[in-house]
Design a protein around this ligand. Sequence first.
Ligand code: ADP
Length: 191
Amino acid sequence: MLNLVLFGPPGAGKGTQSENLINKYGLVHLSTGDIFRANIKGETELGKLAKSFIDKGDLVPDEVTIKMLESEVNKHEDPKGFIFDGFPRTSAQAKALDAFLTSKNTQVNLMLALEVEDEELKKRLLERGKVSGRSDDQDETIIENRIKEYNAKTAPLKEFYTAQNKFVSVNGIGSIEEIAGRLYAAVDAEQ
Ligand code: ADP
């Protein structure tokens, strides 16, 4: 199996590049943000809970997020691999993912980190907010809180995957095709 963690701050282009990676490598795309939004739309219990955090730009609690992710992985029989987009976002999530994949005799192969500076992120998110309808993309305070959450809780995961020799930094500035090319080169070097 090929399991990739796509990593980067809000607005780094994880969703866009996931599309390219699933097409090229035939992987299953699991975006925790998309799954939460589908639950909010469907007005499920999970959606109601997630909404109260997402609306403030806070992370959803680990326990709920991990349980949801594991049940999504279990829905797929004999997959070629997964792209984890927006997960793990805390060290508890990263440790849980390692343990869970080990129990399935597999592992994370690479963590691909899209690097984009904060000012560019804010600009991209506000632009996306104009078309996506995502309320968390339309308010500068919420955007700033998401970037803050990322820097405090998620950025430290670089060290976690570096220690496992799985961390690859990818420049997230350029055209969609250029960035996709950089990601393919990183994945192909690993295989
Ligand atoms: P972005 O990367 O642009 O912030 P996402 O769609 O990945 O967008 O996530 C939107 C929101 O969903 C996050 O701000 C957070 O509240 C919640 N969320 C997504 N993934 C996780 C996760 N792994 N752990 C906790 N909260 C999450």
